[in-house]
Design a protein around this ligand. Structure first.
Ligand SMILES: Cc1ncc(C[n+]2csc(CCOP(=O)(O)OP(=O)(O)O)c2C)c(N)n1
Ligand code: SF4
Ligand SMILES: [Mg+2]
Length: 319
């Protein structure tokens, strides 16, 4: 490659405007990992004591531990208290339409294979308005991580029954107590075709981090149900899984075969709060790999043609 092949304006400057030498740019390997201070944006506007704080703190820890830099962090969410998440992360992200975080994140994940997109949101966002997107993103096995911060209620809109609210839960929409059978997010994810399915709780920080790391390392759609207490509208919802409140943080048994879909489904049947850990994991082609194969195949057929010639060929074909 000659200097003439480098686009105008891209040549690194060796001197500044005063003619003094400019130090060479830092190599990637010399960059320091981001600190919590550098990656955190505005002070979160959640209620004091909200479980979402701990999920955010662990996301910062993940970024720090994985030595990710700003340009590699992409955080997407829908609408809800939990979905305010990307506002509080000082990096790229989007607070998108209610229930539509996954299709948006899918576009980013497919067009930027160098990124690992993390999506955060609530139980309403994921399983009410966004229920269809959850199913289709899971079955397509898009490579991204989806953390549902499940508080069993609509928090942002101030106390309505959510799809995960238990029977009998009293809210503004069910003043006599919820009558509709709640969905089981783990079963839903397995049935939809998710290839990584795990449960954790905001009360166990080490476990949350462990699940996030495992999810990020998974090549496919990784789903985490993270219990996250809404202290305002459903206080004490998950006390039965919190040893500090007399509950039990019951781990997935060591002999559970995570690759056995039926065993996973059976394990998911345990009454709330259920078992914590990775419940199901499978290896299936990702949407990302499938799409890339189509692109590569097509590009090999048009190799050597200028973009306008490819376009012309398409128009000729459509005649
Ligand atoms: C299309 C549309 N419908 C309804 C709403 C109102 N709305 C905003 S957030 C929300 C539910 C939030 O619940 P959840 O996803 O569980 O998040 P949480 O606030 O509990 O974290 C609803 C119904 C909206 N913003 N947009
Ligand atoms: S309303 Fe509930 S979910 Fe929303 S910030 Fe307050 S405690 Fe958290
Ligand atoms: Mg909720």
């Amino acid at each position: 490659m000659s200097v003439l092949d480098i686009p105008f304006g891209v040549l690194p400057r060796t001197t500044d405007t005063a003619g003094l030498p400019v130090p060479a740019p830092l190599a990637d390997s010399d960059r320091k990992p981001l600190t919590k201070k550098e990656i955190s944006a505005d002070h979160p506007t959640w209620c004091p004591g909200c479980g979402d704080f701990s999920v955010l703190a662990l996301y910062f820890k993940l970024i720090e531990k994985r030595k990710m830099h700003h340009e590699k962090v992409t955080t997407v969410a829908g609408i809800g208290c939990s979905s305010r998440f990307p506002y509080f992360v000082q990096a790229h992200g989007a607070h998108f339409i209610h229930g539509r975080a996954l299709p948006f994140a899918t576009g980013v994940a497919l067009s930027r294979p160098d990124l690992h997109v993390c999506v955060f949101g609530g139980d309403g966002d994921a399983f009410s308005i966004g229920g269809n997107h959850f199913t289709h993103t899971a079955r397509k096995n898009v490579k991204l991580t989806y953390v549902v911060m499940d508080n069993n209620v609509y928090g942002l809109t101030k106390n309505q029954t959510s799809p995960t609210s238990p029977l009998g839960f009293k809210s503004k929409t069910d003043v006599w107590g919820a009558k509709d059978r709640p969905i089981n997010p783990i079963k839903q994810a397995i049935c939809a075709g998710a290839t990584f399915v795990a449960r954790t709780s905001h009360t166990n920080p080490n476990h949350v981090l462990q699940m996030m790391e495992a999810a990020m390392d998974h090549d496919g759609f990784s789903f985490i149900q993270c219990l996250s207490e809404c202290v305002e509208f459903y206080p004490g919802a998950f006390d039965n899984s919190n040893p500090r409140k007399g509950g039990k943080f019951d781990l997935v048994p060591a002999d559970h075969d995570v690759t056995d879909e039926y065993a996973a489904y059976k394990l998911a049947e345990d009454l709330a709060p259920g078992k914590f850990g990775v419940i199901y994991k499978a290896s299936r082609p990702t949407k990302n790999a499938n799409e890339q194969a189509i692109i590569n195949d097509h590009q090999s057929k048009v190799a050597g043609l200028a973009p306008w010639q490819i376009l012309q060929k398409n128009f000729d074909r459509m005649k």
